[in-house]
Design a protein around this ligand. Structure first.
Ligand code: PLP
Length: 377
């Protein structure tokens, strides 16, 4: 049996988790959380990093910080996870879905401008598979129309665009440390990156139940009180301790995944050359993190047959998002701008292969053998 995913476990997590447990400070913003914050601020090069309980919650914080309200419109691809949309729907916004590019499956930056109305407040680029959206164009559109940009970089830790870490280009960046992502907290976790200083103080308040407790702990106010809306978005320190084990090994994990990715690519290239499948594209200027290895087959029927072949061998190859605009809540809370030329079609052709830290070369061979024999090779 070959799993689709295994959460990274590098060895030190156990020690750090025990250390956190014995520290008598296991609630939020303990020693490991602070270590993680510093690592992200230095490594990504951002103004402020705040660990959250999930990427879903980091996105919700961004929506609160931008005061999204009933009637506002938020532009995003339909080919994404539900949380990208839900964070803004919770505040009463209408989601405006824009088609994706067939090469990266990211939002088609050339179709964003026609989706903008007087009600548009935010653009949410989703860096699919940890490969960057065309951020120069998106930031230019946003600045010309006075819009905010929230990067859904859930899959993008360690990836960059023209030398800038994903999540540090828009006004906010949201990352996930769910067990399926490249780096994980104790199963669930996230990160909000704040790139505009003016949001930092309010972000700390919203994350701490709408109180100025963070300022109180730093001795900047002499009592803390309820000052704004908020919720409980900070993770416990045991979660941060698990994450710290992975961050210390971030480069090792990244290289290992990239190595698996390149190996898949090489082994399957001949099938692309012979016209059977399409392999992923990494545009110039994008450095990726091998979050995912996917390829595209002819159509839905062929994909169903191929996934059956994987199932027979007990190999965890899977499809991915069902486009949000065709889901019941997507119909209710959103609309598609323009024509769905690629979103549905490309999503039906996509297959993801097993990918995790420590995937062995024998396992990759077994995966590729299924694909080769499926195409009679
Ligand atoms: C995983 C993921 C999320 C949600 O992350 P959680 O940490 O599970 O809340 C959001 N958006 C995208 C694109 C994701 O891949």
């Amino acid at each position: 049996m070959i799993h689709f995913n295994k959460p990274p476990l590098t060895g030190n997590e156990e020690r750090y988790v025990l250390e956190a447990m014995k520290s008598s400070k296991i609630s939020g913003d303990g020693a490991f959380t602070k270590r993680c914050h510093k690592w992200f601020e230095e490594r990504l090069g951002c103004k402020k990093a705040l660990l959250t309980t999930s990427c879903t919650h980091a996105l919700e914080m961004a929506a609160l910080l931008l005061d999204i309200k009933e009637g506002d419109e938020v532009i995003m691809p339909s080919y994404t996870f539900v949380s990208t949309a839900n964070a803004f729907v919770l505040r009463g916004a209408t989601i405006v879905f824009v088609d994706i590019r067939p090469d990266t499956l990211n939002i088609d930056e050339t179709k964003i401008e026609e989706a903008i109305t007087v009600k548009t407040k935010v653009i949410v680029p989703v860096h699919y598979a940890g490969v960057a959206c065309e951020m120069d164009t998106i930031m230019d559109i946003a600045s010309r129309h006075d819009l905010f940009v929230v990067e859904d970089a859930a899959q993008g830790m360690m990836s960059s665009y023209n030398g800038k870490a994903l999540g540090t280009i828009g006004h906010f960046g949201a990352f996930s440390f769910h067990e399926t992502k490249n780096y994980t907290s104790a199963g669930e976790g996230g990160l909000l990156i704040i790139n505009d200083e003016k949001f930092v103080q309010r972000a700390e308040i919203i994350r701490e139940k709408g109180t100025n407790r963070s300022l109180f702990f730093r001795g900047m106010v002499d009592k803390y009180s309820w000052v704004d809306v908020g919720s409980s978005y900070l993770p416990n320190d045991i979660s941060a301790a698990y994450l710290w084990g992975g961050l210390e090994m971030a480069d090792t994990i990244n290289e290992n995944r990239l190595n698996s990715w390149s190996s898949y690519y090489e082994k399957l290239s001949f099938l692309q050359n012979e016209g059977f499948i399409e392999l992923p594209t990494i545009p110039d200027g994008c450095i990726q993190n091998a979050h995912m290895f996917y390829f595209k087959v002819k159509d839905l029927e062929e994909r169903t047959a191929l996934l059956d072949a994987f199932k027979k061998e007990d190999i965890g190859a899977v499809f991915h998002y069902v486009p949000l605009h065709s889901a019941p809540a997507g119909v209710k809370y959103g609309r598609f701008s323009g024509v769905d030329e690629f979103t549905t079609k490309e999503s039906e052709r996509l297959v993801r292969l097993p990918m995790y830290f420590g995937l062995s070369s024998d396992e990759r061979d077994a995966v590729c053998d299924v694909i080769k024999s499926f195409y009679g090779k």
